[in-house]
Design a protein around this ligand. Structure first.
Ligand SMILES: [Mn+2]
Length: 363
């Protein structure tokens, strides 16, 4: 082979693209786009928010002049997430108000298309970056980076910023640090050495006062009212707690309740359910690695709704056909029976978690 033929041999090598850094492949995938829109799952969490902010910094540094629009699907729900958006600050456009044309490249972070984690699926992403176990429909995606072994999608973004030598401002370092930290807290840890390495790199660069303010926001009275309702309406079946949160004012509190009960020393599994808008929202937690809670919750909502998630943590949603108490009660019974059947727990062994609590009719 002559020297002149070598570049062509390189191009036809089926593994050639794999030798490019992931960040380079990402940037090449969006190079033809005149404008970028970043999208994440409904009610974005700190990981999703930090990913969008990090991508904006990456694209502004490496493809200057290209507008990047960050979006919010649903609402910024949890108080910590609201503090993050307000204090960093992070400018988000409601996704339903953002138009996408042929020149727009959509980057989806912390989720995948058609996994039930978005309010709408009309934006076909060009790039998908995610760490969830739940796989989506990826036809037409030009670049994907899917690493369920990572604790946070933000860890990928830190890798891209490092690979590309992009300087990281204290506010961005704070957002990415909190994005990873909020995903990997809890025991057992769902994290790998890359997450720890990213946090070790980010922490000296983060604004620690800003981080403390994000971690410790003030909470509205409804937060405590929901905890009271859930405590009074929690039932224990074997090593499972099922908590009915009632009507909630922000959907993320359902996962906060699930994590709260997961600390109970008599249980391994917690399912928290609450009504938000015209949906039942579910949050499942398990204390044992290898439990594939996303698979369990998918079986529980099969035919009614959608679910997915990680090994230890899963979320789901069931659209309500109507809002009558009987409809909700019937669905709650079905959810409880299916969960206990999946986990091989006798549903007749149930008892109130707090026996002395005055009863509030459930739901
Ligand atoms: Mn995440």
């Amino acid at each position: 082979m002559s020297a002149a033929e070598e570049p062509e041999a390189e191009l036809t090598d089926p593994y050639a693209t794999q030798r490019l850094a992931r960040s380079q492949r990402l940037l090449e995938a969006i190079a033809p786009c005149k404008r970028i829109v970043t999208v994440a799952h409904v009610n974005p969490d700190p990981d999703a928010l930090a990913c969008m902010l990090g991508l904006k910094a990456l694209i502004e540094a490496k493809q200057p002049g290209k507008p990047v629009v960050m979006t919010v699907d649903g609402m910024i729900a949890r108080a910590e997430n609201r503090a993050m958006v307000e204090l960093i600050p992070i400018t988000l456009e409601p996704v339903e108000t953002v138009a996408v044309d042929a020149d727009t490249g959509v980057i989806m972070v912390d989720s995948q298309p058609f996994t039930g984690r978005r309010a709408r699926e009309d934006m076909a992403p060009r790039v998908v970056l995610d760490h969830h176990e739940t796989g989506g429909k990826l036809e037409g995606v030009v670049f994907k980076d899917l690493r369920p072994n990572l604790g946070a999608t933000s860890t990928m973004i830190v890798g891209y910023l490092l690979e590309q030598g992009v300087s990281v401002a204290p506010t961005l370092a704070t957002a990415l640090f909190y994005g990873i930290e909020s995903e990997i807290e809890g025991y057992p840890r769902e994290a790998c050495s890359l997450d720890d390495g990213a946090m070790a790199w980010l922490f000296p660069r983060a604004d620690k006062d800003l981080l403390a303010r994000i971690r410790n926001p003030k909470l509205p009275q409804s937060h405590f009212a929901t905890f009271k309702h859930a405590l009074a309406n929690s039932f224990v079946y074997g090593d499972v707690v099922v908590a009915w949160c009632g009507v909630v004012t922000q959907p993320d509190i359902i996962s906060e309740i699930a994590e709260f009960f997961q600390r109970f020393d008599q249980v391994d599994w917690t399912l928290a359910v609450g009504k938000f808008d015209n949906m039942l929202k579910l949050s499942l937690r398990v204390g044992l690695l290898g439990s594939h809670s996303g698979v369990v919750l998918r079986a529980v909502v099969d035919g009614f709704g959608t679910a997915g998630g990680h090994d230890k943590r899963a979320g789901g949603a069931i659209p309500l056909p109507d809002e009558r108490p009987e409809t909700i009660e019937t669905l709650l019974t079905t959810i409880r029976r299916r969960l206990l059947k999946e986990l091989h727990v006798d549903e007749h062994q149930g008892r109130r978690l707090l026996q002395a609590t005055p009863t509030i009719p459930a739901p």
